[in-house]
Design a protein around this ligand. Sequence first.
Ligand SMILES: [Zn+2]
Length: 55
Amino acid sequence: MPHYEYFCKVCNKTFTLTLHIAEHDAENPACPHCGSHNIEQRWSTFSAVTSRKSA
Ligand SMILES: [Zn+2]
């Protein structure tokens, strides 16, 4: 399962979601803390082993 790390600009919190690729491409997920879509994706260091694509 791919992990996606996000940072919420509203809560100033980082959270990790596990999503299917299709789900991820469909739309921006919401922050689990406040429900805002005002988030930006971070590239999790946990997945650096499996995906070495240059971001
Ligand atoms: Zn939030």
